[in-house]
Write a protein that binds this ligand. Structure first.
Ligand code: UGY
Ligand code: MN
Length: 255
């Protein structure tokens, strides 16, 4: 979509960034053959993880991260993808997701005309003295029962990752009824990578307020003050990554 000269909704600050599709830049990655990649969050902005969109056609083949020690999570936005790991094939449709522990050889392909996924990657922060990596996960939000966040029925949470201390991050969906909001301004050392899946509203990030809509990405760095209120006639729902269950002094919690 062509914007007025020199304008974008994207805004990149020290401890947060709003990335809107009007400024996305396509690139390629050697482990993603014939795949259009748009990196929206990376260590270059200050994050300790990366987040990107991958658009696949039937010619695309996604391989495991080629940087050592990197774990991967992906979520299917459109179309269907096939994930093959250790000669097992999993078909994931929209709302499906998978977690691949660091060092897991795998391939991601599609048989649909096109498929779009969002990928999160980070260095695995294993617990000290346990050489073990956590098991892989395959699931779908359609199979998860939601629960109210801190007793607020108008804000429903789904946890996509198992609650097991071997995992070092969470990915959740948060579904706000129109008018629902976070009950307070959060400040925490954990980071977020957020994708607005449906609807929109107002996001407070530090001392800035942004109007956000479907397709927007937000990076919230450590201690970025954050609050969201859903506005509109339909629910606002987002997918949100958070580093989790590790000491703030764990080197993988930092850049
Ligand atoms: O889990 C969270 O920290 C979440 N409530 N943060 C957010 O929605 N910005
Ligand atoms: Mn938060």
């Amino acid at each position: 979509m062509r914007q007025k000269f020199g304008e974008t909704r994207s805004s990149i600050k020290d401890k947060h960034a709003l990335m809107s599709a009007d400024s996305f830049e396509q690139t390629t990655l050697p482990n993603w053959k014939e795949t259009a990649i748009v990196v929206v969050i990376s260590p270059h902005v200050g994050a300790a993880f990366s987040q990107y969109f991958a658009t696949l056609t039937p010619a695309s083949v996604g391989g495991a991260p080629y940087v050592e020690g990197i774990e991967r999570f992906f979520f299917v936005l459109d179309g269907a993808v096939s994930l093959s790991v250790a000669e097992q094939e999993h078909t994931l449709e929209a709302e499906g997701y998978a977690y691949l522990p660091a060092g897991t050889s795998h391939q991601i392909t599609t048989r649909s005309d096109s498929a779009r996924i969002v990928v999160l990657e980070r260095r695995y922060g294993g617990l000290p003295h346990q050489g073990e990596v956590p098991p892989m996960v395959v699931g779908s939000t359609l199979e998860i029962t939601s629960g109210p966040l801190k007793g607020d029925e108008s804000l429903q949470l789904k946890k996509l990752m198992p609650e097991d201390e071997r995992y070092d991050f969470e990915v959740n969906t948060m579904d706000f009824e129109p008018g629902a909001s976070l009950s307070y301004v959060e400040t925490h050392f954990m980071e977020h990578g957020l994708l607005m899946l449906n609807g929109g509203g107002v996001y407070r990030l530090d001392d800035s307020w942004y109007s956000v809509q479907e397709g927007d990405i937000i990076w919230m760095g450590p201690f970025c003050a954050q609050w969201f209120g859903a506005i509109g006639k339909s629910n606002a729902r987002y997918l949100i990554y958070k580093n989790w269950n590790r000491d703030p002094l764990d080197p993988t919690s930092m850049l």
